[in-house]
Write a protein that binds this ligand. Structure first.
Ligand code: KG4
Ligand code: ZN
Length: 343
């Protein structure tokens, strides 16, 4: 089954063709990120306008690169939520219109669950050879710019939420700390790079552990960094590298500890990690080392599948399609003429 996935939840416009929920034929991503940098964060109005400009050509390119046409597509999957309202609206409207006009089933997919599903995807190569997909049940950690959540996944497409951030998301904390340190936007990659030169920092930033809960809280550590920088700014006696290292160490430690607490409590031996912060080198290293000690099988998507992309939407869409009725299967004859002609 070939699914066309469409993702427009934030500043990326993406379309992908994925077969049987596993094999990526194409995964095209256009981003308006460069246009937001000077503002130090995503401007929703700019993001949604760019979505509108890019979506047609991104979908066309995804079909071209997969050497297919709409005729070979069996269903359409689109990001339903969460995300920026204007950006989501572009993808959802496009996908609904396309599904109506082509009489194909449409499924609407949760963006956060899809980040975990990215671990199940493989790029289609000539040999089609790949190791087995991760086994379920699994504990899932999604850490992105908007979310930090822990799940248990027993069967796709169902993800049971165990805990989430009570304030800032992990990626948001990285971005805000980078702003305090004048490192530009998005801040995660910059902090990741700098932290590698700040090892053995004597600075300590406490990160809330919330020991009786699976929730997270990252706003306190961001404030601790701000106070530290303000206190030392005049004398210029601080090292940005050491601050980056100390901040990153504290955040990743809390994430690592909580993942393995859930694995132990639920007696689960697979851990899936997803979202933009899953690209963080210290998090990947720390989780891998601890997974060996705890005999847990940890999985991260390749770097390009950690960030927002439509392949993960098409992949999870495959399971939604098999487990529940598609949200829409309207006849093209119900559409106004202009819409029919357009497709
Ligand atoms: O999943 P994503 O592409 O978009 C959302 O759904 O939010 O994640 C973007 C977030 C940003 O906050 C960015 O700073 C963070 O992921 N990020 C990183 C790294 N690469 C991206 N955070 C830490 N280390 C990285 N290497
Ligand atoms: Zn995301």
């Amino acid at each position: 089954m070939n699914i066309l996935g469409i993702e427009t939840s934030c500043d990326e416009t993406s379309a992908a063709v994925v077969t049987d929920g596993r094999w990526i034929h194409s995964n095209v991503v256009a981003s308006s990120l460069a246009q937001h940098r000077k503002f130090g964060g995503i401007i929703p109005e700019i993001a949604s306008r760019r979505q509108l400009e890019y979506i047609n050509s991104v979908v066309e390119q995804a079909l071209d690169e997969s050497h297919s046409s709409l005729k070979n597509i069996d269903a359409i999957a689109v990001t339903r939520s969460p995300g920026l309202a204007g950006s989501l609206l572009v993808g959802i409207s496009f996908a609904r219109a396309l599904a109506c006009a082509t009489r194909k089933p449409l499924v609407e997919v949760d963006h956060i669950h899809a980040h975990l599903y990215a671990n199940f995807l493989k790029k289609l190569d000539a040999t089609n050879n790949a190791e087995d997909p991760p086994s379920l049940p699994a504990v899932g950690l999604v850490v992105s710019g908007g979310h930090s959540s822990l799940f248990v996944v027993r069967h796709w497409p169902r993800c049971l939420l165990l805990g989430q951030t009570r304030d800032d998301a992990a990626g948001e904390a990285f971005d805000k700390v980078a702003k305090i340190l004048d490192l530009g936007y998005p801040g995660g990659p910059a902090i990741d790079r700098l932290a590698q030169q700040g090892e053995n920092s004597e600075i300590r930033f406490p990160c809330a552990e919330l020991p009786d809960s699976f929730d997270f809280s990252f706003s306190g550590i961001k404030t601790a960094v701000l106070y530290y920088v303000n206190a030392h700014r005049k004398e210029k006696e601080f090292s940005t590298e050491k601050i980056a290292y100390a901040f990153q160490k504290s955040v990743t430690q809390v994430l690592i500890d909580k993942c393995f607490t859930v694995c132990r409590k639920k007696n689960i031996k697979t851990l899936l990690v997803g979202g933009g912060v899953a690209a963080n080198s210290a998090l990947r290293k720390g989780l891998t080392a601890r997974a060996q000690e705890e005999m847990v099988d940890v999985h991260f998507p390749p770097l390009q599948l950690c960030l927002d992309n439509a392949a993960m939407i098409a992949g999870l869409g495959h399971h939604l399609l098999h487990h529940r009725a598609p949200v829409r299967k309207k006849r093209a004859s119900n559409l106004p003429r202009a819409v029919k002609r357009h497709f």
